[in-house]
Design a protein around this ligand. Structure first.
Ligand code: PXL
Length: 285
């Protein structure tokens, strides 16, 4: 029987508005991977579309949690980081990797800091410099187009994105990360949006697109990165992992649009999970 892989997910816990840990835990589990949670911050909601949200920085807990896991002899196949409460937490993330990672551990960094050409609330260039540092240790990075532009210092473009622009972003990111680069939210043609993935070691590249829907869907980057990194960790090929993860995002978005669920609530991924689990089980038959 296949051994169950284990990921340590290092993200915030936003109580309402599905994103970060409230997405990573169910999606990683549905992908057949065990998920251990290391929260970076506790928020009442995510920071997009809610006002006066509460935020408790959990920096003081992060290293003690990692050290306890180490004392208990826990081993991780993946360490997957997302939203950090401050640039200072990047140094902690480096230390957590030093404590928990073995030679076999894959480091996945989602440099969550911006979207639609703008930094998220309370974040700025210091966060970008911190993510540039941590990307150097990553085997997989999953920035959106805004984050890719910030990390590379290239101008942000809304779309459409021609091949030249996508190549410029991915070449720039290749200087920061020598693993797999997946850029989310690329719009190479009118009416479509998706993810471009590039393996810097083999030169393999693939693109997976879905129909574009008007407006912002919160938490979809977290859904994609959680699914994609779990499937890669289980040994799926780049193309299969990419297409399966994009199809989960796509059906979650379609269900949200059909129900007119308020955008800030996050997407209705729950009703897309049975179909996703079936696809995952077919992938590893
Ligand atoms: O989905 C990314 C994300 C994660 N965590 C928090 C956020 C956001 C995006 O807005 O605010 C707290």
């Amino acid at each position: 029987m296949e051994e169950i892989k284990r990921i340590a997910a290092i993200h915030d816990l936003s109580g309402f508005g599905k994103c970060s840990l409230t997405v990573a835990l169910p999606i990683i589990s549905a992908s057949g991977v065990e998920c251990a949670c290391l929260p970076t911050a506790l928020l009442s909601t995510h920071t997009g579309g809610f006002y006066d949200y509460t935020l408790k920085d959990l920096s003081d807990e992060m290293l003690p949690i990692a050290r306890h896991w180490k004392r208990e002899g826990l081993e991780f196949d993946g360490i997957y980081s997302g939203y950090l409460a401050s640039a200072r937490q990047e140094a902690m993330l480096e230390e957590i990797i030093d404590i928990l990672a073995t030679e076999k551990t894959k480091i996945i960094v989602d440099p969550v800091m911006a979207d639609n050409g703008k930094y998220y609330s309370n974040l700025g260039d210091e966060m970008c410099r911190a993510f540039r540092r941590i990307c150097r240790r990553a085997h997989i990075i999953t920035p959106n187009v805004t984050e890719a532009a910030l990390l590379t210092g290239l101008p942000f473009r809304m779309g459409q994105h021609d091949k030249e622009y996508i190549d410029a972003l991915s070449n720039g990111l290749s200087e920061l990360c020598s693993g797999i680069i997946a850029i989310t939210g690329v719009c190479p043609e009118r009416g479509s949006v998706g993810v471009y993935a590039f393996n810097t070691q083999t030169g393999e590249e693939c693109l997976s697109l879905r129909a574009e829907r008007e407006g912002v869907f919160h938490g979809t980057g977290d859904i994609f990165a959680s699914a994609f990194s779990s499937l890669m960790l289980r040994g799926a090929g780049l193309k299969e992992a990419l297409e399966t993860a994009v199809s989960l995002v796509s059906s979650s978005i379609e269900r949200t649009a059909e129900r007119s669920t308020p955008r800030r609530n996050g997407v209705d991924f729950e009703s897309a999970l049975p179909e996703y689990i079936k696809k995952v089980s077919d992938l590893f038959k």
